[in-house]
Design a protein around this ligand. Sequence first.
Ligand code: CTP
Ligand code: CA
Length: 226
Amino acid sequence: LERQTKEPILKGRRVLVSAGPTKEKIDPVRYFTNHSTGKMGFALAAEAAKMGAEVTLVSGPVSLATPPGVTRIDVETAEQMYRAMMDQFDGKDVVIKAAAVADYRPASTYEEKMKKQPGDWTVEMERTKDILQELGKRKQQQYLVGFAAETIHPLQYGRKKLETKNLDAIVINNIKTKGAGFGTDKNEVTYINNQGLEKTIELAEKTEVAGHILELISIALKDESR
Ligand code: CTP
Ligand code: CA
C-alpha cells in the first residue's frame, strides 16, 4: 500500500507544475499534438502535495484524475498554456515544466472541416512560444525546473537547455530507454542542476521518480537558504 503522507519537506512551499501535451487545432476534426499521457507531471503534483506543498497544476488534455489537494487548470493549446503559466508564475517557490509542448502549430486554422481533395496536402506550421524560456527570463525567486526529451546525446542537449533557458535544474528523459517514458508507468531520468550535480534516477515507478526529483529540489532550496 502506498504511503499517504510523506515527510513534509515542501511544507508551505508554493509549487507550480505543468503536465501533458498541447493540442494544436487545424480544423474542427484534426490537430497536431505531442506524445504525452501527463503521468510524470501528475505524479510530481501528487507527490509535492503529499510533501506539504500548495500545488497548482496546469494540464494539457489528458485522461487522469486530479491528485488530492491539487488545484488544476486545464488548457489545450501552447498559447493557452503560456498564458496560464505566466498568470500563475509570480509568488511561486518552485516551477516544474513537465509538459510536452508542441513546438509548431498550424499557421491558420479552419472554421469548417477541410474536405479531402485529390493529391497531397501541405499544412504550413509556425513556431509556438517557448514557455519555459519565457519563464526563465522572468524568473525571480522561483526555482525553475525543466524537462528534456532526447533520443540522442541526452546529456549534452540537456546541459545546453539548462543554460539557454536559465533553469535551476533539468530532468533529462532518454526516450529510447526500454520500459521508460511515454505512456508507461515507469521512468528513468538524469537530473542535473546548475550547481554541477548530475544524478541518474534508475528505472522506477513515476511516483517514485517524482519523489526523488522533489527531494533533490528541496535540498537545493535549503542549501541556497531560499
Ligand atoms: N517547452 C516549453 N515550451 C515550448 C517547448 C518546450 O515550455 N514551446 C519546455 C518543455 O516543457 C520542457 C523543455 O521546454 O520542459 C524542453 O522541451 P524539449 O521539447 O525537450 O526541448 P525544446 O527546447 O523544445 O527543443 P527540441 O524539441 O528542439 O529538443
Ligand atoms: Ca520541443
